[in-house]
Design a protein around this ligand. Structure first.
Ligand code: NZQ
Ligand code: ZN
Length: 384
């Protein structure tokens, strides 16, 4: 196991009815900017629950944060936050709203001229407005981590940033608010959270038994409950287990002291920015490609994952590892996601542009830092 420093200050308020408690955790007298997405919270009762809980607070609303939140939209929120002298941000929504709100928090206090530099150049974030979150879509782990992913419409770029200043002060996880999710978003959440574990687990062994055991447990739970949830959308226990698993999949706890991959995620950004694919959809296509291209490097843990998560016990290590790739792809398809670029209208002629951001950002991806744009293109070519 490698050395690590782990810090996670996010207070979690988990369970039915917990939205009612948020006022306790927002400093009195602060003007609150409530941020949300395209309006789902106005149809499923979440908006009313939040408004009831915030009685007595001066509230400014900023709605319309889109999936894969756009810099252009978020900068309008930054203007509003400055104009209204907002002291606290409350994100009510999925990963996009929470990520977008983290960016608003950082950009409002940013000292440089161009807040896009926070994502494009890793410009230092020295301060941010405090924020809280009411999570409505279990998937990204944004509710308990310090990262965010932002898209710039004008250049079709999608990039991530990270700062300890944007950890939420608290996050509410009420599984009941997930009942209203469309099946496509439920499936996205299952696949995204599963692949978050894979990105931190499926590398090479470093004898990190705690991290491996937690990761294997999370993958098993997400797989078991994930295949049940679409047929049982109002089952509280299934929703609760998936919600807590998704948070644990990316509060970066399981990634401490171990090599990590993240190449499917980084390569996937371009599929969203250039072709509009849902984040999880990009991963369901690319991950089997990474597993196949990097087979030798990942074989030991692939075989172990196949056994623990999918019950694959027959054959040599290599055979079990190959079967684990097939089992993963089957799982994603069973959840209703596509697993080939061609199914999403993407062809060979598109691959150069899709691999180009790897060069532009100077990325050397994967746990061995051996995925440059040429290799990225090769991985994508396996998924046509
Ligand atoms: O906008 P509204 O109307 O709220 O509708 C949303 C949106 O259309 C809807 N939705 C959310 N909760 C709902 C609901 N509909 C009905 N009932 C509910 N309870 O779902 C749609 C998708 O929402 P979105 O927030 O975009 O989904 P998700 O949570 O999957 O977030 C995806 C974004 O997070 C980033 C992705 O790249 C993408 O931009 N990620 C963030 C990460 C992080 N911060 O650590 C890591 C992830 O790997 C990921 O990259
Ligand atoms: Zn993800």
């Amino acid at each position: 196991m490698r050395n690590f420093d782990y810090y996670n200050p996010v207070k979690i308020l988990f369970g039915k009815g917990k939205i009612a408690e948020i006022a306790k955790w927002i400093p009195k007298g602060m003007k609150v900017m409530m941020t949300y997405g395209g309006g789902s919270i106005k149809k499923n009762g979440v908006y009313e629950q939040v408004m009831d809980a915030l009685q007595g607070f001066d509230i400014v609303e900023f709605g319309g944060i889109e999936p894969n939140p756009k810099y252009e939209t978020l900068m309008r929120a930054v203007e509003l936050a400055k104009q209204e002298n907002v002291g606290f941000l409350l994100a009510v929504g999925g990963g996009s709203v929470i990520d977008g709100t983290k960016f608003i928090a950082a950009a409002t206090c940013f000292e440089g001229n161009e807040p896009w530099d926070i994502v494009a150049k890793g410009a230092r974030v020295n301060a941010a407005l405090p924020l809280g979150a009411v999570l409505t879509l279990p998937a990204t782990g944004s509710e308990m981590n310090s990262g965010g992913v932002i898209t710039r419409q004008s250049t079709l770029e999608k990039l991530a940033f990270n700062s300890r200043h944007v950890f939420p002060k608290f996050s509410v996880l009420d599984p009941e608010v997930t009942y209203s999710l469309p099946a496509r978003q439920v499936a996205n959440g299952v696949v995204d959270s599963f692949i978050h574990v894979v990105e931190q687990y499926l590398t090479y062994p470093v004898n990190a038994k705690v991290q491996d055991a937690f990761s294997e447990g999370l993958m098993r739970v997400i797989h078991e409950e994930g295949v049940k949830v679409l047929d049982n959308p109002n089952d509280y226990d299934i929703r609760a287990n998936l919600m807590w698993a998704a948070t644990n999949a990316l509060n970066v706890w399981i990634g401490q002291g171990v090599p990590q991959d993240w190449s499917s995620h980084r390569m996937g950004y371009a599929l969203t920015a250039q072709f509009g694919l849902d984040h999880a959809q990009t991963l369901a296509i690319l991950l089997p490609g990474v597993m196949t291209y990097m087979f030798k490097e990942k074989q030991v843990k692939l075989a172990r994952m196949g056994e623990v998560v999918f019950g694959i016990t027959d054959g040599t290590e290599e055979e079990r590892a190959r079967k684990a790739i097939v089992a993963c792809e089957d799982f994603f398809r069973r959840m209703g996601l596509k697993t080939r670029l061609g199914e999403c209208g993407i062809a060979e002629k598109d691959l150069d542009a899709l691999a180009a951001p790897v060069d532009k950002q100077g990325w050397k991806l994967g746990e061995h830092h051996n995925i440059d744009s040429r290799v990225a293109r090769g991985i994508m070519a396996l998924r046509l």
